[in-house]
Design a protein. Structure first.
Length: 382
């Protein structure tokens, strides 16, 4: 079914979102620009597909966001023009709608958001395109919300003021601590002046016992080591701060449900993550924190800042990742931290990895004597 609506395109809780694009890898205005800002990884995928000739009129491409916190979202990049300098073409719209109609045949009940195809910066007549949409999609088993042309044009102008973010996050139960506030973590201020976004807003837990730095795709040995360490934290009632990978989020949910104080520092996109977490019906959820843009899904540029933020919010940092040679690039930054750090030497670590983590002052530990010492040191400080 098709329903015509007006409003904020990105406020609808969609399963499938249609993005209007050209075929040369540029998203510079309107709804496409808004998608680029919110989904940087999608944009990278789209550029690569344009280079390889996959994206062309009548042949949209699909990118899927998969996240343990946020639900799976499909983004369909729908070409309405060949080159961004050229106007949109009606036959591009019709060919794309034929493709979309077939694509949605097995999407029964899915919520789809569709902008006014080619009618913003593309210059097409809305009444004509509206009729084309009805003719091609009215019998679709999906629930398709179609937005007016003016909504597509406005979508490119994202809210960027911190006051807007504060209101937006408050609406889903999250909070903001401004860097100038007395509540802002003192140790974090040594690293950044970015505002700190957090969930839930009634729990301002900004200091953890241990931050764990794991691989994005850990080996079986690393998974076992990390789980064993967190088990120990649970027994010793020590809080743990993890990152934003799928592996770490799963651990955070699992151990939060058991009663461990546990958090995840997300590179960006905390707004959408909070929306999903708030609907999870279970006792004990992880705290979420971020210094990255709250409305951008995942920004690779924010990954390293999120690691440093995590370390500054913890009393001790523990490195479990087997590949640690990258630490050498940040040796000077770690030198300014007065870092209390440890690393678990994996059999997959090279001499370069061990040298890099040792050079930042981290001590090696195993799960016998050194692990006991690591926890005893924290008890003495208490």
């Amino acid at each position: 079914m098709v329903e015509f609506v007006s409003g904020d395109f990105f406020e609808f809780d969609a399963d499938i979102m249609i993005n209007t694009v050209n075929c040369v890898g540029v998203m510079g205005a309107g709804v496409a620009l808004a998608f680029k800002k919110r989904f940087p990884e999608m944009f990278d995928d789209y550029v690569e597909k344009c280079r390889s000739g996959v994206v062309r009129p009548g042949a949209p491409s699909v990118w899927i966001q998969k996240d343990i916190i946020s639900k799976e979202i499909e983004i369909v990049n729908f070409p309405t023009k060949d080159h961004w300098k050229n106007p949109s073409e009606y036959y591009y719209i019709d060919d794309g709608l034929k493709w979309l109609s077939t694509y949605l045949d097995d999407k029964d009940g899915k919520v789809v958001t569709l902008p006014a195809l080619g009618c913003g910066h593309g210059g097409l007549d809305w009444d004509r395109v509206r009729t084309m949409i009805i003719n091609r999609l009215q019998d679709s088993p999906a629930h398709i919300y179609v937005f007016e042309p003016n909504d597509s044009v406005k979508a490119g102008h994202m809210k960027a003021e911190s006051a807007d973010y504060e209101r937006l996050l408050s609406s889903v139960g999250a909070g903001v601590v401004k860097s100038i506030s007395d509540e802002y973590p003192q140790n974090l201020r040594k690293y950044t002046k970015k505002d700190l976004y957090f969930y839930p807003k009634d729990k301002k837990n900004f200091r953890y016992d241990y931050s764990l730095i794991c691989s994005s795709k850990p080996t079986r040995q690393e998974v076992e080591a990390v789980r064993r360490f967190i088990d120990f934290c649970f027994l010793e009632k020590r809080s743990v701060l993890l990152g934003g990978t799928v592996f770490e989020k799963k651990l955070a949910f699992e151990f939060s449900a058991k009663g461990l104080v546990c958090g995840c520092v997300l590179p960006s996109g905390i707004y959408e993550s909070v929306k999903k977490v708030s609907f999870v019906r279970r006792e004990g959820k992880p705290n979420l924190l971020s210094i990255g843009n709250p409305v951008v899904a995942f920004d690779k540029k924010e990954f390293m800042p999120s690691v440093f933020a995590r370390i500054h919010l913890s009393r001790k940092a523990v490195f479990f990742a087997s590949k640690l040679a990258w630490l050498a690039k940040f040796k000077s930054q770690f030198a300014r931290l007065s870092l209390d750090a440890y690393y678990y030497a994996s059999q997959d670590s090279s001499p370069e990895d061990v040298a890099a983590v040792s050079d930042i002052g981290a001590e090696k530990f195993d799960f016998e004597f050194q692990l006991q010492k690591l926890f005893l040191d924290l008890e003495h400080k208490d």
